[in-house]
Design a protein around this ligand. Sequence first.
Ligand SMILES: Nc1nc2c(ncn2[C@@H]2O[C@H](COP(=O)(O)OP(=O)(O)OP(=O)(O)O)[C@@H](O)[C@H]2O)c(=O)[nH]1
Length: 253
Amino acid sequence: MRLLAEPPRTMSGGSSNFLLVPIPEYPALDCVPNKNVKIVVLGASNVGKTALIVRFLTKRFIGDYEANTGALYSRKISLDGEQVSLQVQDTPCVALQDDAEGLYCQEQINRSIYWADGYVLVFSITDHSSYRTIQPLYQHVRRIHPSGNIPIILVGNKSDLLRARQVAFGEGEALAAELGGVYFEASARENHEGVHGAFLHLCQEVSRALGGGNGEKRRGGLHLARPKSPNMQELKRRFRQVLSSKVKSATTL
Ligand SMILES: Nc1nc2c(ncn2[C@@H]2O[C@H](COP(=O)(O)OP(=O)(O)OP(=O)(O)O)[C@@H](O)[C@H]2O)c(=O)[nH]1
């Protein structure tokens, strides 16, 4: 889901389509081009993708959301003593097709999968159908990245809702092992450390996979454009535009 802007602080005054998140982006001049870690968060509806990202980046849990259109978050983080640029792509939900093998997956999700270097596959421990989505979702990622190692973690979210549990811990572990990743049970609602540990693990995996250099992988096969998403830099640019047009009209009076 997408974070609700609170209160409507849109630059244009009318529309509330822009995402205004309490997650600062590093200034452009301060960015670290040396290594760029790009991760995408994928999963079925309502499993807590946005809540996990927000928890990881802000340590906060915010309960009010609206349907996700896919926001991109940027941060600078320290990994093994090295400053790296981190980008986290939130995505709209995917859903199983009626035959339970294929996936309904929007084109923008395909672009995000192609663009990313690491994958957070999320299900809710309270929703077994969200767990069943993971295997086809992984196959889908594999189709887009047919060769090589794919850094992934599997997150069983909402671990605070133990009484409503539909997926056993062992099921999560077994699936993660099958997919070649690590399983984390987490609660975006109740626990920052667990969420932080899971994301950090993936960032480290990606960082190692990227090795030295500028962190851009060579890719074969499909060529898809980088996902488009409203982000803070774009908002700031629009804000400056609006301000400068206001200054111009004031000086012409
Ligand atoms: N109890 C509990 N609720 C959670 C947790 N994480 C998220 N939620 C709630 O679950 C609902 C869905 O969370 P989102 O983060 O919007 O989920 P999403 O996967 O981004 O949803 P989509 O937009 O449908 O893709 C919200 O009401 C959250 O408050 C959690 O760890 N525990």
